[in-house]
Design a protein around this ligand. Structure first.
Ligand code: ACM
Length: 444
């Protein structure tokens, strides 16, 4: 039915037929998914759910960008685990996997011309360039995904209607990169600044020209592996005093009359955006990429994470916005303050009801709403040193935000959600699954 929008579908139930209409593959996929969900409920919870005898479902998503982020830098997940996660996202009708491929604690892809990344930046352990961290113990832990691994993830995701947005987190969160490639530092830098997580001098230096040569190689490689229209460049959590001990950075600031570190950050991110534009892609970044003059809003989107209100400020500044406020959408946060609940608490706790109650853009003026392109769950892995925690933290909160991404507020119902979510799949991680990446001994 060419009258239907690309992701919309219609299911018509009659006494002995079900008719599915859509205008293309995405709509048919979501129609089949809904039919599968209904059938599953009717089979597994007979008496609670029934397969409809008659009636029509007309359905279409609320937002075009329905994402989930996975931090594969702090902990590395096997190919099979990522694929299972993608399966769960697809069943929840999400359409973006945001893959966080680098952070202070590890780098997860091999880049031609920079063997130090796979050999050094990808590994942590006692006596290595990156020390033991986040529960991985003294043994050598880490590794990279091969290009074939990443293509397999992209292909599997595409087969289920998901785009994979790769993130290389720069200029901050680069401790392991700078440990592996010290020539990216200003050799005359003095003093120590620390990231919020405590990493010393962990930001790529915008005044070191080799930084851009390095990033051009990284992003060219990434652009060849990931067909998604966006590359995410991080931009978060650069300390206020980053680079102030670097004579090269201070000279660049003085020459341009910049007095603030974030003006230098904006200069850096705009140059990176130019590299990404040159590869035919648009730039994604966390909300701090708007600081100090920001990136160009014309071909970017920013993910608002620090508080619900920051998304509106970004939209007012002219950016397309994805909302992922930590107090609703960070599923590494504990679900309550009971002592036995695992997870972080710096953004408070995120009970299931709070995840479900998230009402994106409700406080935005109507004129700004077209800037709100979607919502995203985030799964940071610092606290996920035991795979057995994964499903407990992720589900059913993931299904709660997925429903918010798909369904307008007026059609949501928490009692209905509570009835349905036990039918949603989990990854099964931690149930005696072999994990080929954890605690790998010997060279990569
Ligand atoms: C973030 O949580 N640092 C984006």
């Amino acid at each position: 039915d060419t009258m239907l929008a690309p992701e919309a579908y219609r299911l018509r139930f009659e006494s002995d037929t079900v008719a599915l209409a859509a205008s293309g593959p995405a709509g048919f996929r979501y129609g089949w998914t809904t039919l599968g969900q209904i059938l599953r409920g009717a089979r597994l919870r007979e008496g609670t759910f029934a397969f409809p005898k008659t009636g029509v479902i007309e359905d279409a998503p609320r937002f075009p960008f329905r994402g989930a982020h996975l931090d594969v830098a702090r902990q590395i997940y096997s190919l099979d685990e990522v694929r299972r996660f993608v399966d769960c996202l697809a069943w929840n009708k999400l359409n973006v996997l945001h893959l966080h491929l680098s952070d202070d604690e590890g780098w997860r892809l091999d880049v031609p011309g920079y063997p130090e990344l796979a050999e050094v930046a990808a590994w942590r352990g006692l006596g290595l360039a990156v020390p033991p961290l986040l529960g991985s113990g003294v043994d050598r832990y880490g590794g990279v995904y091969s290009s074939a691994d990443l293509v397999a993830i992209v292909d599997h995701a595409a087969s289920l209607g998901l785009a994979v947005v790769p993130e290389i987190d720069i200029p901050g969160h680069c401790y392991c990169v700078l440990q592996a490639i010290p020539s990216l530092r200003d050799p005359d830098e003095t003093g120590v600044y620390r990231s919020i997580q405590g990493f010393p001098n962990n930001c790529l230096n915008p005044a070191v020209e080799k930084t851009y040569e390095f990033l051009a190689a990284v992003f060219a490689h990434i652009a060849g592996l990931f067909p998604a229209p966006w590359i995410h460049v991080g931009g978060d959590e650069v300390p206020h005093d980053a680079w102030l001990g670097s004579p090269m950075a201070r000279d660049l600031m003085a020459k341009n009359g910049w007095t603030e570190v974030f003006e230098l950050q904006s200069h850096f991110l705009k140059r990176v955006q130019g590299i990404i534009r040159g590869l035919g892609k648009r730039t994604g970044a966390w909300e701090e990429a708007a600081l100090g003059g920001g990136v160009d809003g014309g071909d970017s989107y920013l993910v608002a994470w620090r508080k619900s209100a920051s998304g509106r400020e970004l939209a007012e500044a002219g950016y397309d916005v994805v909302l992922a406020p930590a107090e609703h959408a960070y599923f590494d946060m504990a679900q309550s303050d009971e002592f036995w609940e695992p997870g972080a608490s710096w953004a408070g706790t995120v009970p299931l009801a709070a995840a479900y109650a998230f009402d994106p853009g409700s406080e935005w003026p109507a004129g700004l709403r077209s800037r709100l392109i979607g919502v995203q769950a985030c799964l940071w892995s610092e606290n996920l040193c035991d795979r057995g925690l994964f499903d407990h933290l992720v589900f059913p909160r993931l299904s709660a935000i997925a429903e918010t991404a798909w369904t307008p507020r007026a059609k949501k119902s928490f009692p209905r959600f509570l009835a349905i979510h036990p039918l949603m799949p989990v990854t099964g991680m931690g149930r005696n699954r072999p994990d080929p990446y954890s605690r790998v001994a010997g060279p990569p």
